[in-house]
Design a protein around this ligand. Structure first.
Ligand SMILES: NC(=O)c1ccc[n+]([C@@H]2O[C@H](COP(=O)([O-])OP(=O)(O)OC[C@H]3O[C@@H](n4cnc5c(N)ncnc54)[C@H](OP(=O)(O)O)[C@@H]3O)[C@@H](O)[C@H]2O)c1
Length: 430
């Protein structure tokens, strides 16, 4: 490649159209930074007749996106279609096999097939850039692979899904319930018609698997991320969180515990002292804790055409300048397989909300179950007058191993006084 880098873009939706606009608008600056012109020479999408509000003149249209892997007028393939299988997987695989660098925003593809694609990229000596796949416009992949590379990473965690953060922020500020706010998020274009990937935590888990691979030098293994979403969160949980001095956030957390790395996506109660608790709306934030650097926080737009195109452009400039490192920071052959859990396990404080019969002795019975599992109570709250013979109770437990808390909850579920299964939310202590 000399003088001009010819780019083939597969997918002209939110991100693809923004990328084409960005490359046109910032042509002079990008040429200066890349040392070459970045020119989109080929494009593909499903519907050729659709007006996308961008100028596609001079670009060759391909009905089948897979053909960009071998097209004669393409040096670099940009995959912006989405999906972990089908055309996206075929295109990326074949482009790499054909010795073509690839840039993608597709976290699902990389979380499912990142190991094999990383090996292919290395075998063929080409870049596979995916800055846009995690936290949209936040340059967290580069930060982990380069800026923080001198550290032993203890923990990486963050708000990795803007849709969930928007829903939780709205539920808190308006007191509305999950379904109501989800419908608004869909109307505003923040949530897909099928919101499952977002609200059930799968999208955040895809991103966490990628962050964890880089941070801990291990193979990507999405199947082993524990995933819980926000669809069971009630306005009452959010109100109690406020009362106890927390914000409720969906976090992806990857951390070293003993000899192993755990990767989990759960709703967490985050202390108001933590900067991440202040991140509202569709924004994302990622915290990295390294042994020499301490704690670093990156915050910014986690989605949207402009922010995501910004990350794609950064990868393209790296490709043009020949600056690229192994896909997950170290050679694929050196990535460790994920270890099974050792004797250490997650522990922390827990919030438990319950609906119980309003009769004498119930609180003592609950306290006895917690005592029998060696869990001590930090706070217990029963607010307002019980209604219709039921009383809502919230318990905050002191630090305890998670397995003990889960065992206690199982026993509590079987008690006669329980009118609605207990709802447990982890507290993120930092
Ligand atoms: N949107 C964001 O904020 C964001 C943020 C980070 C990462 N991402 C990732 O970026 C990728 C693209 O997202 P997006 O929001 O831009 O999606 P989108 O708006 O739905 O656009 C997808 C594009 O891909 C095209 N496409 C789909 N299937 C195709 C096929 N079989 N052959 C050729 N073209 C095909 C579509 O063509 P038609 O237009 O003709 O239908 C459309 O242009 C996804 O991997 C997503 O996860 C998105």
């Amino acid at each position: 490649m000399t003088g001009t880098v010819r780019i083939g873009v597969a997918g002209l939706g939110t991100v693809g159209a923004s990328l084409i606009e960005l490359l046109a608008r910032h042509e002079t600056t990008i040429t200066a930074r890349a040392g070459q012109r970045l020119v989109v020479t080929a494009v593909s999408a499903r519907d050729r007749s659709r007006d996308r509000g961008i100028d596609l003149s001079g670009m060759t249209w391909f009905d089948d996106a897979r053909d960009l892997a071998t097209a004669g007028n393409v040096d670099v393939v940009v995959e912006l279609m989405g999906g972990s299988e089908g055309p996206a997987r075929d295109l990326v695989t074949n482009a790499l096999k054909n010795g073509r660098p690839v840039v993608t925003a597709n976290k699902a593809l990389l979380a499912e097939h990142g190991n094999e694609l990383g090996v292919l990229a290395e075998e063929h000596g080409v870049a596979l850039g995916y800055e846009a796949a995690v936290a949209g416009g936040i340059p967290i992949i580069k930060a982990l692979k380069e800026g923080l590379a001198g550290n032993d990473i203890q923990r990486v965690y963050g708000i990795l899904n803007g849709t969930c953060n928007f829903i939780l922020s709205e539920m808190r500020s308006t007191g509305r319930d999950f379904a109501d706010v989800l419908a608004e998020a869909q109307a505003l274009g923040y949530a897909e018609a099928d919101p499952t990937f977002d609200v059930e935590g799968i999208d955040a888990a895809h991103k966490l698997a990628l962050l964890s691979a880089i941070a801990f030098g291990q193979q990507v293994d999405f199947s082993r991320v524990t995933v819980e979403g926000i669809s069971t969160i009630s306005p009452i949980d959010i109100a109690y969180a406020d009362e106890f001095g927390f914000r409720l956030k969906l976090l992806g957390v990857a951390e070293r515990i003993g000899d192993t790395v755990t990767e989990r996506v759960h709703p967490f109660l985050v202390s108001l002292d933590d900067p991440i608790s202040k991140v509202e709306g569709v924004n994302n934030a990622v915290v990295v804790e390294g042994d020499f650097v301490g704690r670093t926080v990156l915050e910014g737009p986690g989605a949207g055409g402009g922010a995501t195109a910004s990350a794609v452009a950064s990868d393209l400039i790296d490709v043009a300048t020949g600056r690229f490192s192994p896909v997950f920071g170290i050679p694929a052959s050196a990535l460790r397989a994920r270890q099974d859990g050792g004797s250490d396990e997650p522990h922390g404080r827990f919030y438990i909300s319950l609906k119980v019969e309003d009769r004498p002795g119930v609180i003592a019975d609950l306290a006895a179950v917690l005592r029998d599992h060696a869990i001590s109570i930090e706070s217990l709250l029963q607010r307002g007058k019980p209604e219709g013979g039921t009383a809502p109770i919230v318990v905050i437990c002191h630090d305890a191993p998670e397995s003990r808390v889960l065992a206690a909850l199982k026993q509590i579920e079987g008690m006669d006084c329980i009118l609605q299964n207990p709802h447990m939310i982890r507290i993120k202590d930092l």
